[in-house]
Design a protein around this ligand. Sequence first.
Ligand code: NDP
Ligand code: 2IT
Length: 466
Amino acid sequence: MTPGTSRPRQATTRAREHLGEVLAKVEANNPGEADFHQAVREVTRSLESVLVQRPRYMQDKILERLVEPDRVISFGVNWVDDDGEIHVNRGFRVQMSSSIGPYKGGLRFHPTVNAGLLKFLAFEQTFKNSLTTLPMGGAKGGSDFDPKGRSESEIRRFCQSFMTELYPYIGEFTDVPAGDIGVGEREIGYLFGQYKRIAKRFVGAITGKGIKWGGSQIRQEATGYGVVYFAREMLATRDDVLGGKTCLVSGSGNVAQFTVEKLLDLGAHAVTLSDSDGFIHDPDGIDREKLEWVKRLKNERRGRIREYAEEFEHATYHPAKGGDENPLWCVPAQCAFPSATQDEISAKDADNLVKGGVMLVAEGANMPTVSGGVDRLTAAGVLYAPSKAANAGGVAVSGLEMAQGMQLVQWSKEEVDGRLQAIMRRIHDTVRQTAEEHDRPGDYVAGANISGFVKVADAMLDESPI
Ligand code: NDP
Ligand code: 2IT
C-alpha cells in the first residue's frame, strides 16, 4: 500500500459499510416495501463521498434518523356512497422530516396507496423540498380510495370524511398537504372546505387551492412547466434547445398536461400520452387544440385516453399489455418526460428509449425509472434528471402559495412564473455544481441526493447536536 493512502481508503470503507448498514436496517424494518427500499438505496449510492468528507453525519446517525419517519399516522375513512352503502378506506399521513420547515407534501388517492408507498414518497419529498431552497420539510399522505367511476357527490363525501380524520395533524405551521395522483383542484376544494368548517379559520393549511380562494397563480401548471424549464437548462449545457424536438410524455393528468403545454410554448412537440389502460401515439404532434380537448376529456368528462385516437386522424391507441416492456418507450423521439407514476420505465424500456434516439429524460412523476433503468440511461450518455430535482417546481410553487397566504397577497402570473423559472435554474445549477465538486460531473442523481441531503443533515445537527 502506498504510504498516505490507507487513511482515505479506511474512511471510504467505513462510509460504504455505514451506508450498507442503514440500507440493511431499512430493508429489515420495512419488509415488502420495495419502492421505499429502492428510494433509500438510490440515495445511499450517492452519499459515500459526503460521509468521507464529514464523518460527523455518520457519528450522529443522520441518515439512520432520516429514513425513519417522525410519524406514520393511519386512520379509517368511513363514507357513504350514492346508494346509501357504507365504505371503509384507509387514510395515512407520513410525516418524514420537519428539520427545515413544516411537513409538506401531497395527498394521493389511488388503490395502490399503503404506508410503504407513502414512506418512499415522503422520503423523496424531504430531499426535493430541500432542493427548492424554500423552508419545507417532507411528508406524503393519501388513501387507497379509488376515485375512478365515483360520482361528484361521492368524491365530496369521501374528501370530507378524509379531512375530518386528518384535521388534527395538519395546519399552516405544522403540516401542509397538497395534491398528487387522484387529488386535483376539485378534491383540494372539498378538503379545504372541510378543514375550514372544522377550524373556523381561513389559513393556508393546504396548497393547490383555487385562484379565487387563496391559491397561487401557476400552481396547477407548476410541476409540468418546471420539468420543462429544468430540461431546457440541461440541454443548454450541451448548447442545445428544446425547439424542434419530438418528445414522449406518459400520463395524461396534471403533470402530463402542463408538460405538453410548456413544450409547445418552447417549440417542441409531444407525440404520446397515456393512462392506466394504454397510450396514444399521434405522429402529427399534440397541438394546442388537441391539448385543450385532452384537458376537457380528463378534467371535466373524466374519460379515457383511448378516445383521443377516435377523435384525431393518424393517432393510434395501444392498450397496456403489462410485463416489463411498455411500447410507449419504443416510439422514436429525442426527449422523454415520464409523468404518470413510479416504476414506469424498466431497464428494458430504458434500452428501448436509447435505441429510439432519446438523449434526455426528465422525470415529472416520482421515481418513474427503476434503478436498473437509470443505470442504462446514464451509461448511454443520456441527460437524466431524477424526479426530486426535475419535478420540484410543483412543491416550490406550493411554497410560494404558502408565502402569499401568510401575507394575504396574490402575485401575478408573470411574478410566479418568473420565480418558478429562477428556482428551477437554481436547482439545476446547484445539482450540477455539487456533482462536479464530488467528482461526478454531469451526474444529476448524485448532485440532487448530495445537495438535498446536506441541507437537511446540517439542520439536524444544528437543532439536535449530540
Ligand atoms: P393525476 O392524477 O392528475 O394523473 C395521473 C396520471 O397517471 C393519469 O393519467 C393516470 O391514469 C396515470 N396513472 C396513475 N397511476 C398509474 C398506474 N399505476 N399505471 C399507469 N398509469 C397511471 O396525477 P399527477 O399528474 O398529479 O401526478 C402524476 C405523477 O407526478 C405522480 O407520480 C405524482 O406523484 C407526480 N407529481 C405530481 C405533482 C403535482 O403537483 N401534482 C408534483 C410532483 C410530482 P389513470 O387515470 O388511468 O389512473
Ligand atoms: O410530489 C410532489 O412534489 C407533489 N405532489 C406536490 C407536493 C406539494 O406539496 O405541492
